[in-house]
Design a protein around this ligand. Structure first.
Ligand SMILES: Nc1ncnc2c1ncn2[C@@H]1O[C@H](COP(=O)(O)OP(=O)(O)OP(=O)(O)O)[C@@H](O)[C@H]1O
Ligand SMILES: [Mg+2]
Length: 269
C-alpha cells in the first residue's frame, strides 16, 4: 500500500499523514512514513520528541553517504553513478517512531529537484526503492508539486490523497495536482477536505468534484493548532476519543484500506 499525500501549503497534509501512519501501525500494518517535503515537519505530527526530531539527518544531507554511493566528488565536474545502490537506506537510516519507520528526505541546496545532482539522484532512487520494491505500507508527506516523482515511480503510488481546505485557492491547486498526477500516470486520486466548519464548506467540495472523487472531511478543531504549537502528535492526543477528528480520520483510514484492497476501482477523471 503506497499512499502519497499532497496539497497546497498549510492545508493539513502533515496532520493527515502523521495520523494515518499511526492509525495504520496500530492496526498492525508495517508502516514507513517518509517526509518528502523540503520544509520537513512530519516528525512531530508522528509523535517524535523534539530532541530526537532535531537529531535526524535528512538523506539529502548525508554528504559522505551520497558521495560514496554515487562516486561523486572525485574531481570537479566528475561523472557519477546514475543508478546508485539505495536499497539499504530504509533499514539503515529509519527511526522507529511509535511503531512507524520514519525517514526524512530533506531538501537540495541548489538546482531544485529537477537537477541531475548526486543528492537528487539518490533521493529519486530512494523513492523508487520504497514505492516500487518495499513491502511496507508507505505514507509519503509531500509538497504540492510532485517533483520527486518520476514517471515510473509515480505509477507505483496506489493512492494520491489531495488535501484541500474550504477555499478556491486550495481547490485550484488540487486541480493542478490532479492534472500533473494524471500526466505522470498516477491512476488513483481522492480528495480530503480539512478544516471544515459548516455545510457551506463541505458543499464547496461536492460542487467542484464528483462524489467518487471524495475520500472524506475533517472538521476544524483548534486543538490541532495547539498540538502543532506544542510539537505534539494529533494521534497521541485524540486516540480513541469520541471526537470529530478521531472519528473522521478513522473513517478516512478505513476507506483507504478498502480502496487499496479493491485495487482502487472507479477511477475519477
Ligand atoms: N482540522 C484542522 N483544524 C484546525 N487546524 C488544523 C486542522 N488541520 C491542520 N490544522 C493546523 O493547520 C496548520 C497546518 O497543518 P499541517 O502542518 O498539517 O499542514 P501542511 O499542509 O502539512 O502544511 P505545510 O504545507 O506547511 O507542510 C497546523 O498548525 C495544524 O495544526
Ligand atoms: Mg507539512
Amino acid at each position: 500500500m503506497k499512499v502519497a499525500i499532497v496539497g497546497k501549503g498549510g492545508v493539513g497534509k502533515t496532520t493527515v499523514a502523521g495520523t494515518l501512519a499511526r492509525m495504520l501501525a496500530d492496526d498492525g500494518y508495517r508502516v514507513m512514513a517518509i517526509d518528502a517535503d523540503p520544509d520537513a515537519n512530519l516528525a512531530s505530527a508522528l509523535g517524535c520528541v523534539p530532541e530526537i526530531a532535531r537529531a535526524i539527518t535528512p538523506i539529502a544531507d548525508m554528504k559522505d553517504f551520497i558521495r560514496e554511493r554515487t562516486g561523486s566528488g572525485e574531481g570537479f565536474g566528475g561523472v557519477f553513478k546514475l543508478n546508485p545502490k539505495v536499497d539499504d537506506i530504509p533499514d539503515k537510516f529509519s527511526r522507529d517512531v511509535e511503531g512507524v519507520k520514519f525517514l526524512v528526505m530533506g531538501s537540495l541546496d541548489t538546482g531544485g529537484t529537477g537537477c541531475l545532482c548526486p543528492e537528487n539522484i539518490v533521493l529519486r532512487r530512494f523513492l523508487e526503492e520504497v514505492l516500487e520494491y518495499r513491502e511496507e505500507t508507505v505514507i509519503l508527506d509531500m509538497e504540492a508539486g510532485l517533483e520527486h516523482l518520476g514517471r515510473g515511480t509515480a505509477r507505483a503510488v496506489d493512492l494520491l490523497i489531495i488535501v484541500v481546505e474550504p477555499g478556491q485557492r486550495s481547490i485550484e491547486t488540487a486541480r493542478a495536482i490532479m492534472k500533473l498526477a494524471t500526466d505522470l500516470g498516477i491512476q488513483s486520486m481522492r480528495l480530503v477536505m480539512n478544516k471544515v466548519v459548516d455545510k457551506a464548506d463541505a458543499d464547496l467540495l461536492t460542487q467542484n468534484f464528483k462524489a467518487d472523487q471524495i475520500l472524506g472531511y475533517i472538521s476544524y478543531d483548534r486543538e490541532l493548532m495547539r498540538l502543532d504549537r506544542e510539537g505534539q502528535a494529533p494521534y497521541d492526543f485524540f486516540r480513541n476519543t469520541d471526537t470529530s477528528f478521531f472519528n473522521e480520520m478513522k473513517e478516512i483510514k478505513g476507506k483507504v484500506i478498502d480502496l487499496i484492497a479493491e485495487g482502487v476501482k472507479g477511477q475519477p477523471h
